[in-house]
Write a protein that binds this ligand. Structure first.
Ligand SMILES: Nc1ncnc2c1ncn2[C@@H]1O[C@H](COP(=O)(O)OP(=O)(O)OP(=O)(O)O)[C@@H](O)[C@H]1O
Ligand SMILES: [Mg+2]
Length: 348
């Protein structure tokens, strides 16, 4: 590779932070990644995007330099300066969640800069970020999803599913802006809350059953991890997987594999890979699904940059499937380089 540094190590830029409400989650994920990247093979540099959208390079930081917050360069105008700064690296690992990171915007910037990057491309990122568009594509491919009504800006509040019902902003994550509404009054408040985060809101049928998640890894021949069952018991809303359950110490238990018949486990893995392929994901995704009481498996959503600490669900699922965290990172970087190499041969 042309720009590898003198010692033959791969220069990896870890993008962290970002403009979305999942900024803090991203910082935790990126710190784990930086700690785990093998310094014999990689020369990592951390690039932090502030909540204000400013980019700053934190240097070829090991975690030590990160802790001191060493700031070498300010990149106040992302679009003008970021490609130049990122052009000097071999691969970018965007560890950004939510809007302006997981939604195709940063991926577009990296395509323009012609730098290999980990994870889904522009179209798949944008599609999976939008729960409404995502379901349209999955439904079209015959993959069962939860039923919903989509409310656009100015649409009156409505619900045809009875109660409880889930209300969500179309394009966010970490359960931010999501409510389980148990009455019409709660529905109105829930839609108002979701509309603070997005001008498109989903009112979704409640699924009674269990919640499972499955990791997928690969480009053209993606493979599923073992699935895991989510058992949420956070302090906020003990009966569903809200923000507190996701990030509080002890807010959830992950059971790998879930206590389900083998055929259901295989169904979960099959649907996860099918959803990954249908949405044209690459590299990685975590697929969130429900298993109804009657055994039917429904896809809830795909996360193209799932929480990525070494103890996040995605990493734990692969660990339980025989792929430790550091090797998972190696694999993702290989996949990014493989895709870039393949695509750079295309004629436009
Ligand atoms: N239709 C539904 N029926 C039952 N529970 C639901 C439903 N939709 C969402 N939930 C609960 O709300 C949680 C968050 O929903 P969802 O995964 O759609 O949001 P998110 O914010 O995109 O999450 P992530 O952090 O995975 O990106 C789910 O994990 C589940 O506990
Ligand atoms: Mg989810």
């Amino acid at each position: 590779m042309s720009s590898r540094n003198g010692r033959g190590r791969i220069r990896v830029a870890v993008l962290r932070g970002g403009r979305s409400s999942e900024h803090e989650v991203s910082l935790a994920s990126a710190e784990s990644v930086l700690r785990a990247l093998d310094r014999e093979r990689y020369d990592p540099v951390a690039v932090e995007i502030g909540r204000d959208g400013r980019w700053r390079e934190l240097g070829s930081a090991g975690p030590e330099a990160l802790e001191t917050g060493l700031e070498r360069e300010r990149l106040p105008v992302p679009v003008a300066s970021a490609p130049a700064a990122l052009g000097a690296v071999d691969v970018v690992l965007p560890v950004l969640h939510g809007p302006f990171g997981e939604d195709g915007t940063v991926q577009g910037l990296l395509e323009l800069a012609d730098v290999p990057y980990v994870g889904a491309g522009v179209a798949a990122s944008a599609l999976c970020m939008d729960k409404d568009l995502l379901k349209a594509v999955l439904r079209d491919r015959g993959i069962s999803v939860t039923r919903n009504i989509t409310l656009r800006d100015g649409d009156p509040v409505r619900n045809e599913f009875g109660y409880p019902v889930f209300v969500k902003p179309a394009r966010l994550g970490s359960s931010v802006g999501i409510t389980k509404a148990r009455s019409e009054e709660e529905l109105v408040a829930a839609v108002a809350l979701a509309r603070r985060h997005d001008d498109k809101v989903l009112v979704e049928e409640f699924v009674a059953g269990i919640e499972v998640e499955c990791g997928v890894l690969g480009n053209r021949r993606p493979e599923a991890s073992l699935p895991g069952q989510i058992v949420a018991h956070g302090s906020g809303a003990p009966d569903w997987y809200d923000y507190a359950a996701k990030y509080e110490e002890g807010g959830m238990d992950l059971i790998v594999p879930p206590r389900l018949p083998e055929a259901t486990i295989e169904r979960i893995q099959g649907l996860s890979v099918d959803s990954f392929v249908a949405t044209e994901c690459e590299g990685m995704a975590r697929v969130d699904l429900f298993v109804r009481e009657d055994g039917e498996v429904l896809v809830n959503e795909l996360n193209t940059i799932p929480g990525f600490t070494s103890t996040s669900v995605y990493a734990k699922l692969f660990e339980a499937s025989g792929l430790p965290y550091a090797e998972l990172l190696d694999r993702l970087i290989e996949l990014a380089l493989e895709r870039h190499g393949r695509r750079s041969k295309l004629v436009y």
